[in-house]
Design a protein around this ligand. Structure first.
Ligand SMILES: C=CC1=C(C)c2cc3[nH]c(cc4nc(cc5[nH]c(cc1n2)c(C)c5CCC(=O)O)C(CCC(=O)O)=C4C)c(C)c3C=C
Ligand SMILES: [Fe+2]
Ligand SMILES: [Fe+2]
Length: 343
């Protein structure tokens, strides 16, 4: 094992210093074939995401999947790209969440950094930056409200991988998921109410669409589906809605395996035939808007719903950098930071 030679030499104060690290999934640097290929290759080579043995999976991934998919995905990213920031929405909003949380914690001398599990800015750079600011303890917040090994666990793995090469290791506290945390549910309810108020129509249903997961992951003990259920039960309760007014579905299927059901697209395209022609869709599994919310739902699903006879379709924005989202991140950070306090 070689040590990371750039381990910060900035000494923390004697009483210690805490910092906060937000970790999100990652996103390509641009919409071109090579950038999208690089991103997908790193993402889909993660054995927390695709569990097949590399000897079998890598030839399929490198030879078949990555020959074509980056073209299609790149075109999809181009439709949602933030041209002013020249970055994907996931990166723009994650950065703004970190900046706004940093403003809230600055007076307490607590720096905030952000890193991506795949691609840039890396988790390793974010950890180094916190240490350069004198931190010897880090609160790590994986930006996934519901736990999954494919997201939360691999984000934490990446933080510990960065620590593996450090001579002077900070103490790390990884945050548990927060599927029905009151501040999370309050922020979601607020985004529903704000969006509905501004809509020119009244939705007959608000479909809650979560990112999907291969069914086998749940069978092997991933708690993701149960945690999605906890979110939706709490959100319905806070809005006074019945299950048929806010059904739960799962989107973004990838590959040949069976994923957890019901699938979003067939569910939604079946609604007009039942007389439900005006809907809104909320995606409470995503802390920031991204390809899966803006394009897969906001563009593709909208077109499919209208083609199936639907009349009105709206998406409820993710929490992004709203004050309620920052309240949530601040609440989570402050309660975790107390875990570092010495009596
Ligand atoms: C087996 C493959 C995948 C699993 C398992 C998976 C789980 C999972 N993903 C998210 C959140 C996001 N996924 C995003 C994109 C995305 N996801 C997969 C595959 C799996 N996800 C792919 C191939 C892609 C890339 C997009 C494409 O090529 O079509 C994103 C958006 C990223 C962005 O840049 O905007 C998010 C966010 C969760 C929460 C999850 C498990 C619960
Ligand atoms: Fe995904
Ligand atoms: Fe997708």
């Amino acid at each position: 094992m070689t040590f990371f030679h750039k381990t910060s030499r900035i000494a923390p104060p004697p009483e210690g210093r805490s910092g906060v690290l937000l970790v999100n999934l990652g996103t390509p640097d641009d919409t071109g074939y090579l950038a999208v290929r690089r991103y997908l290759s790193e993402f889909l080579s993660d054995r927390r995401v695709i569990e097949s043995p590399p000897l079998i999976w890598q030839p399929i991934l490198q030879g078949i999947v990555l020959a074509k998919r980056p073209f299609a995905s790149g075109a999809n990213y181009a439709r949602i790209w933030d041209r002013e920031e020249n970055a994907s929405p996931l990166r723009v909003y994650t950065r703004r969440q970190a900046e706004k949380l940093g403003e809230r914690l600055r007076a307490d001398g607590i720096p905030v950094e952000w890193g991506m599990r795949y691609g840039q800015p890396s988790v390793k750079t974010a950890v180094a930056s916190l240490m350069d600011q004198g931190c010897d303890r880090i609160v790590c917040i994986p930006l996934y409200p519901q736990y999954s090994a494919t997201t939360t666990a691999t984000a934490n793995d990446q933080v510990f991988r960065a620590l593996m090469t450090l001579r002077r290791q900070p103490s790390v506290l990884t945050l548990p998921s927060f599927p029905d945390h009151p501040l999370f549910i309050r922020a979601l309810a607020e985004s529903v109410q704000q969006t509905l108020k501004a809509l020119p129509f009244k939705p007959q249903q608000i479909v809650a669409s979560f990112h999907g997961l291969p069914k086998v992951c749940v069978e092997k003990g991933d708690t993701y589906r149960d945690e999605c259920e906890r979110t939706i039960v709490a959100l319905r309760k806070s809005l006074g809605l019945e299950p048929d007014q806010m059904p739960m579905t799962f989107q973004s299927r990838f590959g040949p395996l069976e994923w957890i059901q019901p699938y979003t697209a067939p569910y939604v395209t079946g609604l007009p035939a039942q007389g439900i022609k005006r809907i809104a869709v909320i995606m409470p599994g995503f802390m920031t808007d991204c390809l899966e919310t803006l394009d897969e739902i906001g563009n593709e699903l909208r077109e499919e719903f209208i083609a199936a006879g639907g009349e009105e379709f709206a998406i409820i924005p993710c929490l992004n950098d709203t004050p309620e989202a920052v309240d949530l991140l601040e609440g989570l950070s402050r309660s975790a930071l107390r875990g570092f306090a010495r009596e």
